[in-house]
Design a protein around this ligand. Structure first.
Ligand code: AP5
Ligand code: MG
Ligand code: ZN
Length: 215
């Protein structure tokens, strides 16, 4: 099963991707998490990506595509994966499609997590992420058992650098201009499925599974 999660920043792509990956036993691949892990490790890639991420812009396609294609060619991706935050431009989607075609393969579903921009701005200020394992929480909707400490690995949970309100607004603008056109791209291929991003987190996994099982 090869799945793409589409949706605006803060729609809940990561939250759902992580639940689905666990349910199906396949990797959850977030290009944003890969960039943040590189930044934390101080690699050249991380420092380069930071220049764009901090302003809410997209990291250039050539860099992003290479990272993603390397990742999906690894052994643990043989039985599928959930992509979260990739593709984000028509060009990225076309390259992914062409590369998979060479292997006689394709994406099974693109799931669009749909929420309005005003819900998003409110959600981002309450989000906390683990510095060690990238697990995502929300101070109100999905709190950690102990404040500031990750339930999964005891790492520290912090506000993300790009979750400042001005940066969130810029990320939403970039989303509408460059990423939203992917909804039609996957609709044309007959693999687009929509889920509401406004339902409760507890029901999120069941909602996605129902849609996928309907085919
Ligand atoms: P990335 O890390 O992908 O960020 P994003 O797309 O902006 O999305 P987020 O991670 O902010 O939101 P999400 O949809 O995962 O929501 P979440 O589940 O956390 O990318 C960051 C940057 O990296 C980009 O801006 C760009 O610079 C660069 N980049 C990455 N990929 C790239 C690419 N392919 N090309 C170019 N550049 C790239 O949920 C949000 C919050 O809401 C959480 O606190 C969660 O607990 C809560 N929540 C979720 N669902 C619900 C619900 N149903 N009810 C209540 N609360 C909820
Ligand atoms: Mg995310
Ligand atoms: Zn953790």
């Amino acid at each position: 099963m090869k799945i793409i999660m589409l949706g605006a920043p803060g729609a809940g792509k990561g939250t759902r991707a992580s639940l689905m990956a666990e349910h199906y036993g396949i990797p959850h691949i977030s290009t944003g998490d890969i960039f943040r892990a590189n930044l934390k490790a101080g690699t050249d890639l991380g420092l380069e990506a930071k220049k764009y991420m901090d302003t809410g812009a997209l990291v250039p396609d050539d860099l992003t595509v290479k990272i993603l294609l390397d990742r999906v060619s690894q052994e643990d991706c043989q039985d599928g994966y959930v992509l979260d935050g990739f593709p984000r431009t028509i060009n990225q989607a076309e390259v992914l499609e062409a590369e998979l075609k060479k292997l006689n393969d394709k994406i099974d579903f693109a799931i669009d997590v749909d929420v309005s921009d005003d819900v998003i701005e409110a959600r981002m200020s309450g989000r906390r992420v683990c510095v060690k394992c990238s697990a995502t929480y929300h101070i109100e909707y999905a709190p950690t058992k102990v404040e500031g400490v990750c339930d999964k690995c005891d790492g520290e949970t912090i506000l993300r650098a790009d979750d400042a309100p001005e940066t969130v607004r810029q990320r939403l603008k970039v989303y509408h201009e460059q990423t939203q056109p992917l909804i039609d791209f996957y609709k044309e291929r007959g693999i687009l499925r929509m889920v509401s991003g406004s339902g409760s987190i507890t029901d999120a996994l069941a909602a996605v599974i129902t849609i996928l099982e309907q085919g």
